[in-house]
Design a protein. Sequence first.
Lengths: 398, 415
Amino acid sequence: MLDVVITGMGVIGPNGVGLDSMDGAVRAHQLPFSPWPASAAPPHPEALIATAGEYPRTRYFNERQLRLMDKAMCLSAFAAGQALEDAGFADGQAPDDTATLLGTMRAEQPSVFKFLQPLVQGRPDRINPAEFPQIARNISCGQIAIRFGLRGPSSVLASGSLASLEALSRAADFIRMGRSKVALVGGLDVLSKFSLYFSRRLYADSMAATRPSFFGTEPGYLIPSEGACLFVLESAQHAEARGARVHARLAGHWSGRVGKGSAISALTAAWDRALAQSGLQASDVGMLVISAAGGNRPFEQDEAAAVAAWLQERNCPAQVHAPRSLVGEGEAWTAALQVATAAYALKQQTVWPTWSVANDAPPLLAARSSGGPLQAPAALVTAIGSHGVYHTTVLKQA
Amino acid sequence: MSQTRVVITGMGVVSPFGIGSERFWSALSTAESAQRSIQGFDATRYRSAAGGEVPIEVYQDSARREHCDNPAEDATYFATVAADEALTQAGLAASFEDERRVGAVLGTLCAGMRTLQPLCAACETGSETDLQTESGLASYQLHFLAERYNLTGPLSLVSTACSSTTDAIGYAFDLIRSGQCDICLAGGGDVLAEPVHAAFNGLQSITTTEPKPFDQSRDGFFIGEGAAILVLETLESAQQRQAPILAEVLGYGLSNTAFHLTATSQDGSAEGMAVQRALECAGISADQVDFVNCHGTGTRHNDASEIRAMNLVFGATAERVYVTSNKAAFGHCMGAAGALEAVSTVLSIQHQTVPPTINTGGDETELRSRLVMGAAQQVPIRIALSQSFGFGGACSCVVLARYEAASKQGVQQNA
């Protein structure tokens, strides 16, 4: 399979801008969480959320333009600009046919809530058509295309918490299939009064707990999170020709859904398949970046069990990292962050620890999640969501 | 990229004309209109009350809903009915074995809106509601179908506004061609949601008369609703199963206009890029295209852009291409429009017939292609396009062809 490389990354999340700021927070043992706002009816007094940190809002848009944009547009466009800069493309200099793909689970919710207010209040005559476009999930992607002049293949996936990983794989395949030479791709999700209300309902089983708990069996608290994480992808050949710095190589991917059979079997088979596609073996994997969010939902428990079984059976030296322990559950934005975390670790040769590991976590997982030097040159990014949908991406060192 | 041939072996439809692709084709080919005054909510308080709702009998058919496992959201109900029909036509089981790895790529724009509206009210007032929260997510229909049919292949959902399900067909095509699955459902369901009707009214995009695509007096569209699902699979799989082959998918293309968040481009060039990319993906030239099922909303700006796009792509050969717009008949079905129009296009290929664009005089001066008006027209169709454009600059186009045993290279040689 043709190697596709990551040459740019743009991140705006609870730690602010970029992965270096996240690295600093990890080293300082600072968690970027804040109290759930009282105005949004917290599930309990100790409830926390993870809102996006400070960033230079006017870096790519002026105040007048920003007033017309919702938070999803602001965060994703900023991350897009950062990713393009990181890839070495001066403003407006990315190829015209660059593909744009985003994944989100529900980034439109804040604008939908705002747009629906006149109807909710029985005043349909006050519906504001100017706010209408923002309820379309692809408006952020359109804004990015306009701002940076990108007319390549463009799509937005809204398939749930793994949507950004699907977008990343689709973008990589676009490049492999010759649909585009460069792709700007990633994920976003945002918080608002309504999205928090929705979270309380959707994750009701996890909202009673007071703190996250990783790799355990008792329900843990899911910290709602927001942010955007975008990548610039291109073929290795294209990157080399323009002298671009490479963060990591996307070597393969595999996705599906657990059916009637064992989730553990389905996940481990997917990992084996993705590695084989990448020309790698389990012994090449230095880290597993997993999607556990600290809720110990049934599918999180399946993932933890599959990881423990696979590490043991394949005699794999990999460390295990759950980025959501550092930034909360941000659905598609944190799924994209899994890949960014893997790329960062492959470059820095260090794996971040997973925090808030449960007391009843399997000993192997507890031992492998304390962070430290990377022992092998590849990373396996795995995610599983509700309904047993799973996605695996394999990254290799540049 | 592999040259695996991808064919369509099943199709299912729920439309404002009712249930089933036969009923859909019968209405389209006899120039019926599904335009009515909206009954699902009080539309009289808006500038126009025109809409194309799925018939009330379908909504109220409790036995059918129960057979569909009682989805908590209407777009999902429509998608389930359509998927049942598509799978039956394709000769596939109602539930797959895990090892089969059947995938699905759906698309939608407004699905979930009927859940979100009362949820927003409950959030604002603090009132209780027993609505199923997950049915407020666009992805609800994807996961519902995945569980119903035990789909274990790659699953995704595209949401590129009115371009969604044309893109979804393309994505499914890629998943099959790249060997990630052999069979993939593509399409999706959408609903006529009051806030969207209100907003398009506010933008003066809803017709106060009747939709007249490519007519100089055009004044917009009415919103429709429904679902369409197509079963895509490798030719090899279809032949092994001795499944009916309805048409072949030759390729698809996407673009972003990078021009405006809601308006199509002035010159049609970026819309044309999606079409050009689709042709390149299919390995065919523009002069091999016989028929284009247009996006054809009937708004002043959209039709102008689309005509310019076609003139750019087809050049001197534009005059030999037959074109039509289905939206005048069953409305603009938002996220589901692309899949419904793709089904119509496949039916056109099967029947070698182009359904008419109703209501129009087709007097838009820049239009060079042969707009079929008044009555359906028998036309030799080997290769057809179905194209969609949406908010956010999203453009998509899929290339469909009459199935011939010779490969598409054969089609090229013989054309």
